[in-house]
Each structure stands twice: as structure tokens, then as C-alpha cells.
Write a protein that binds this ligand. Structure first.
Ligand code: AQP
Length: 339
């Protein structure tokens, strides 16, 4: 249970390790937009320090950071309602991250499935940062005493680790200082799958461009990608149960549901028994109608990088105002002398 003394506050982030995908939009950003309002203070971050856990060309990183920020704003993250900034402008993330490296246990990191997936057989050669990533992610969240973190299913284990780190810190230093943050994982698109392999997640950095919808894809590309999306030869089933062992079919139904704000049950009842020749073009039309206004606005915003940088700098000032007193108190608790 989250202790009542904590202000209801949302933190979440996206790393600029490539262009924004439909997975990021449906699994994260669209839901973040919906959390803006009176119930929560909302803090959204382009987590550039996480991006460099794998090699990033510096110019691509700068452009990617602006693209993610533009995508968030174009999707409805309002910098007057939410704090929007890039992580590296608030040094307290790295400072608390170091403390958490000393709270976390190596055994905890060894259990992280994302590290195993990303490192693969190459674990000896990947960066130390990639291994310690979840500890920095815990710092991102706890630096703001965030009570809720809306994420896709793939990040659940990292939010659980954040709770473990908060608990251990509170226990070791005998003070209920950090909240036990709740992951918020809901809706039909918590795990948008790869269009060429329905057992793998859609990722920014996946090998083939055909396996993902990028938020900047034009209408023709979106139609082509859905047309070529892998499916089985069967038509859509009459009920959702009938899609149990058909991951690619289920993924397309879930994407349709998330884009149209319906349940997957409602989609399957509308398209019960439909052939792919009917469903795929309907899905492509729906995706274009929802994504084209966002990508047009993204392009408009990206034409003025100085304005995006200025929004990020203003957001960083607001983020620092919350983060610095929390970090200062954490330093005192740990026993660091400060002026
Ligand atoms: N396929 C997805 N379905 C649902 N949610 C997703 N998210 C990412 N992919 C999907 C959610 O988007 C938020 C930001 O994620 P991230 O970019 O910081 O990291 P990631 O999960 O590692 O995303 P990628 O696209 O797979 O990046 P790469 O390829 O660079 O590793 C998170 O809330 C995430 O759950």
C-alpha cells in the first residue's frame, strides 16, 4: 500500500533509442494523456540517459530526443498541465541512481528479463549501464516520490524492482521515505506485438522496419505494413476465445480496439468471421485516421527544434524544483555531508 502522505503523482518516460512506435503510443503515451487532470500531478520524461546504455550517435540522440518530445506534445501531453523534460537536464536522476546502485543487489539485477533479452549471448560485452538500467529507472520514479507509473507490460518487472529498492532503502535507513509505487498497466494494448512475429514485442530498435508502425509513417506505409502483417489463413473467429492460440490475429484485434477506444470483445463481435481482406484495410484506415493528425503535428513541431528545446528546459526547471529537495533529504538520510 502506498503511504497516504504522498501526493498522487505520475512519472513515466520513453527512451530516445529510435523513432516513436505505435507500441509506445498505445502502451504509454495515449494513456499518459488520459491521466492529465485533477487526480494526479503528471511528470513525463524523455529518458536520454537510458538511451545511451546502448550506442547512440550523438546527433541521432539529439534529434531522437526532440522527436519523442514532439510526439508526446502532438499526442496531447500539454506542457502547461504536465512537466515534460529530458532526463539528463536534471542531474539528480544520476545522483539518486548511484545511491540506488548501492541499495540494489546484484541478484536482483540478474533476474531482470529485459537485460537477458537485450544482452542475449553477448552479456560480457554490453555496457555496465545496460545492466544497472533498472536502478536508474527506480531513481527516475522515486526522485519525484511518484505514486503511479503507467507503463506497458514489458516494464512491469522494473516497477516491481523499484518497489523492492524503495522498501530496502526505507528498511535500511529506518524511515518511510520512498513510496511503494504502483504500476498502472491497463487497456487492450499493454503489449503491442511485432507485425511479423506475434510472439515478440513491437520495438523501436527491432531489426526490420516492416515489423513496427512508426508514428511518422505516412498513410501508404501504414497500409502496406498492415497488409503485409503476418496472420494465419483462418478468418477472424466469432469470439475472443477463438483467438487464444493465434497471437498475430489477437494483436491486430487489440490494436484496433486500442485505436478505436473499444474493448477487443466489441471489435470481434463487429468483425466476427471476417476475412483478412476486409479487416486489414479497415485497421489501416482507422490507424491512418488516428495517427495522421499526430504525425502532421509532430512534423510541424520538429521544424522548430529551438522551441522544443525551450519547452524541455522549462520542464527541467519545474522537475528540478520537485527533485532537488527529495534528493537533498535522501543525502541527509544516507549520511552525506552537504553545505
Ligand atoms: N510494444 C509495446 N507495447 C506496449 N507498450 C510498449 N512500450 C514500448 N513498447 C511497447 C512502452 O512504452 C514506454 C516507453 O518504452 P521505452 O521506449 O522507454 O523502452 P522499451 O520498452 O524498451 O521500448 P522499445 O520500443 O522496445 O525500445 P528499444 O527497442 O530501444 O528497446 C514504456 O512504458 C513501455 O512499456
Amino acid at each position: 500500500m502506498t503511504a497516504p502522505k504522498f501526493t498522487p503523482r505520475v512519472f513515466s518516460g520513453i527512451k530516445p533509442s529510435g523513432g516513436l512506435t505505435l507500441g509506445n503510443y498505445l502502451g504509454a503515451i495515449k494513456r499518459w494523456v488520459g491521466m492529465q487532470g485533477p487526480d494526479f500531478e503528471t511528470i513525463y520524461c524523455v529518458v536520454d540517459m537510458h538511451a545511451i546504455t546502448v550506442w547512440q550517435d550523438p546527433e541521432d540522440l539529439r534529434n531522437g530526443t526532440r522527436e519523442i518530445a514532439a510526439g508526446m506534445i502532438a499526442s496531447g501531453i500539454d506542457p502547461t498541465k504536465s512537466i515534460l523534460f529530458n532526463q539528463s537536464q536534471v542531474a539528480a536522476h544520476a545522483e539518486l541512481g548511484w545511491i540506488f546502485n548501492c541499495v540494489s543487489r546484484v541478484g536482483w539485477m540478474n533476474r531482470m528479463t529485459q537485460f537477458k533479452d537485450k544482452a542475449g549471448a553477448n552479456a560480457e560485452k554490453v555496457s555496465l549501464g545496460l545492466y544497472a538500467y533498472p536502478s536508474l529507472m527506480a531513481a527516475d520514479i522515486l526522485l519525484y516520490h511518484a505514486t503511479h507509473v503507467p507503463v506497458g507490460e514489458d516494464q512491469k518487472q522494473h516497477v516491481e524492482l523499484t518497489r523492492d529498492i524503495a522498501s530496502k532503502f526505507n528498511h535500511d535507513f529506518k524511515e518511510e521515505f520512498f513510496p511503494l509505487t504502483e504500476p498502472v498497466i491497463d487497456g487492450p494494448a499493454t503489449r503491442v506485438m511485432n507485425l511479423r512475429d506475434g510472439t515478440k514485442k513491437m520495438s523501436k530498435s527491432g531489426e526490420s522496419d516492416m515489423e513496427r508502425i512508426n508514428m511518422l509513417d505516412d498513410a501508404d506505409k501504414i497500409a502496406k505494413k498492415f497488409k503485409k502483417a503476418k496472420t494465419d489463413p483462418e478468418p477472424l473467429s466469432e469470439t475472443l476465445d477463438g483467438l487464444k492460440d493465434r497471437p498475430e490475429a489477437r494483436n491486430l484485434v487489440d490494436i484496433y480496439a486500442a485505436l478505436s477506444d473499444q474493448t477487443p470483445e466489441a471489435v470481434i463481435s463487429e468483425y466476427a468471421g471476417a476475412q483478412w481482406g476486409r479487416f486489414k484495410p479497415a485497421l489501416a484506415d482507422l490507424a491512418v485516421s488516428k495517427l495522421a493528425p499526430i504525425s502532421d503535428e509532430m512534423k510541424r513541431l520538429m521544424d522548430d527544434p529551438a522551441e522544443i528545446d525551450s519547452q524541455l528546459a522549462k520542464g527541467a526547471d519545474k522537475a528540478r524544483a520537485i527533485a532537488e529537495p527529495i534528493l537533498a533529504r535522501a543525502y541527509d538520510i544516507v549520511g552525506f555531508i552537504r553545505a
